[in-house]
Every structure is written in C-alpha cells, then in structure tokens.
Write a protein that binds this ligand. Structure first.
Ligand SMILES: Nc1nc2c(ncn2[C@@H]2O[C@H](COP(=O)(O)OP(=O)(O)OP(=O)(O)O)[C@@H](O)[C@H]2O)c(=O)[nH]1
Ligand SMILES: [Mg+2]
Length: 334
C-alpha cells in the first residue's frame, strides 16, 4: 500500500514528506524542486504495541509501516506535458491513496502559481489535470476496442465514463485495463501558516509544515497547545496517518513470539493464512492453525500464557478473517 502526496508546486509536499519520514528530501522556495519522486517508509503510530511490549518485555519492537511517495508538483496542462510533463501521472497511478496538499500559507518569498491564496481554485486545477489525463486514457482505450465484438460491453461502459469525465465528473465505474487517477481515494490536506492567519470554508485536514518544523523541541502537550493556537489539528501527523489507514481500510495485527514483538498492516478482510504469508511464506504454505487473542484480553490477562490459562485464546483455521488488534500465534509445518 502506498500513499502519494500531490499538489501544485511549492505547496509544501516535500516539507510534509520530510516531517513524516525524516528522509531529508530537497525543499526549496523554487517551484519544481522535486523532479524525481521521493519514497520513504513511515512507522504507523501505535500505542497498543507499546503497551504489548511493556508486557512481553521483548528486546525488539517493530511498528507496522506504510510507504509514502512525494510526487513532483503539477500545473495546469500537465497532462499535455506542461511543467515537468506527465511523468508524474505514472507516479500517481502507482499509489493507492492520494494526499492532495493545498497551500494555505502566504509567503511572498515562496513563489506560488497564483498571486492570491485561492486553495479552492488550486484544488480544481489539479483535479482537472487528473480528469483530463483520465479522459485521454479512456479515449485511447475506446479507439483500441471499438471494433472488437468481445469488448462491446466495456465499450458501452467506457463511453459513459468518457461522458462523465468530459463533464468534469469522477467516473462511476472503473475498468481493470483503464487505470484512472481521478477515481483514487483522496484526502485533502491544508498546509496553513504557523499563526493561523488563513481562514477559509475549505474542508480538509489542517496541518502546518512550518509550525511543525519550528516546534520540534517542545513537549507533546506544548505542541498540542501551539497547534490549537494556529488553528490546525492537534493530532497533527499521527492523526493524518490514522486518517490514511482508515481510508485504505488497513488494520494491524501483532506477533509476539520470540525476540521481537511486531505489528503487521493488512487490508481489512485478510484471512489469517494470508496474514501468515506476510510473516513468512513457509507459514502460509505449511499453515496448520492460528491461536488468536484480542488485544484487550491480552492486556487484561497480562500475557499470552496467562490468557491461554484463562481460556481466552481461540483456535482458528485458515479462513479466519483477521481483526484489528488480534495477537496471533501461527502453528505450521515446515
Ligand atoms: N511559510 C511557509 N512556508 C512553507 C510551509 N511549508 C513549506 N514552506 C516553504 O515552501 C517552500 C516549498 O516547500 P517544498 O516542501 O519544497 O514544496 P513542494 O510542494 O515539495 O514543491 P515542489 O517540489 O517544487 O513541487 C519551501 O521554501 C518551504 O520552506 C508553510 O507551512 N509555511
Ligand atoms: Mg517537492
């Protein structure tokens, strides 16, 4: 699962990416600073695993993580090759969720595509590029299949999609052979200035990259206060990561056997046998059964063995669907 950060140039995409990943991607006041995408893994903030390790006392702990991609800025007519051209389109195609970052900070020193702060208009510019790029792909596909009888159904569907796209509407259907961008799930994030000056009716998750850079030395309570004063979300980046996980319907399960207590991210609905495959292919191939304990029962009983003694663990087969917070022990043959 990958999350891409998109938006106009100079809106703070790489700044946000660096705050998330500590990757040190290049940030500058000139547009098109990012040319090639930056990629980095982000640990999913998780109080549960910290609590679990308090109990297991495992010497090693590993958070679940998710990949973020900082994508080059795009401008009007990017789908026709303006700005950095349309290479970024394939980078957007590659992600499962987009964070659409909008500039809500004024800074005469940092060039902006428009002379005023009009985040609603900026939003429309980027969305239009995605829609136009989709329209091109759909038209190409229609051209390719229009004479083939076996694709008649897809053709009719795509003609409807073409009509929707040309009205600026997000298509109501998607087709496996036509990877579109406008249909990707999206979270709108507003990058405000550090003083909470900008007020707008625009709906989105409010952060301030600048403020976060300035307050790293403060403690968590002070940070929350400063964020509130600036009119941004006090949960800041961990809150944004949580929002992304919800949107992607990702849940987390845990393994506690041996030296390492570890959190694993999976798509909601994943069967335990497939979850086991994430840990090791041998576990998937030789899967016999899983012993499953809920996080709450683990904490309540004070350990896995204690929970077993209390009869709180359950034996499940391959088909069991993993639940958020499950602690699992896999039995498998090698
Ligand atoms: N005042 C202010 N400046 C910011 C904020 N966030 C980023 N900047 C500045 O804006 C400039 C551009 O930031 P980047 O993070 O490089 O922006 P980008 O969206 O990655 O830009 P491109 O890669 O060129 O598309 C830098 O000079 C940042 O320091 C903010 O919240 N407030
Ligand atoms: Mg950048």
């Amino acid at each position: 699962m990958k999350i891409g950060i998109i938006g106009l140039p100079n809106v703070g995409k790489s700044s946000l990416f660096n705050l998330l990943t500590n990757a040190g991607a290049q940030v500058a006041k000139f547009p098109f600073t990012t040319i090639d995408r930056n990629v980095g893994m982000v640990a999913i903030p998780d109080e549960r695993i910290e609590k679990i390790v308090e109990i297991t006392k495992a010497p090693k702990m590993k958070y679940a993580s998710i990949e973020f991609v900082d994508i080059a800025g795009l401008i009007k007519d990017a789908h026709k090759g303006e700005g950095l051209g349309n290479k970024f389109l394939s980078h957007i195609r590659d992600v499962d969720l987009v964070i659409h970052l909008l500039r809500c900070f004024a800074d005469a020193d940092v060039a902006h595509t428009s002379s005023q702060l009009l985040p609603n208009d900026d939003y429309a510019i980027v969305r239009t590029e995605l829609l136009l790029s989709d329209l091109e792909i759909v038209e190409r596909r229609i051209e390719k299949i229009k004479k083939a009888v076996e694709f008649r159904e897809e053709l009719q569907g795509l003609q409807r999609v073409r009509e929707e796209l040309s009205r600026g509407k997000v298509p109501s259907h998607t087709y496996a052979d036509v990877p579109m961008l406008s249909t990707k799930p999206e979270i709108i994030v507003l990058n405000l200035d550090d003083e909470g000056k900008f007020k707008d009716a625009l709906d989105g998750y409010k952060i301030s990259a600048k403020l976060e850079e300035e307050i790293t030395a403060f403690n968590e309570d002070e940070k929350r206060e400063l964020r509130k004063d600036a009119g941004v979300d006090p949960e800041s980046l961990p809150g944004l990561i949580k929002l992304c996980l919800n949107k992607l319907t990702i849940i987390v399960f845990y393994t506690i056997k041996g030296e390492e207590t570890r959190a694993w991210p999976v798509q909601e609905g994943t069967k335990v046998v497939d979850g086991a495959g994430k840990i090791h292919t041998d576990m998937q191939k030789g899967f016999i059964k899983a012993e499953v304990l809920t996080y709450n029962d683990f904490v309540k009983s004070g350990g896995f063995t204690e929970a077993q003694n209390l009869g709180l663990t359950k034996i499940e087969g391959k088909e069991y669907v993993l639940q958020d917070g499950d602690i699992i022990l896999i039995k498998f043959r090698v």
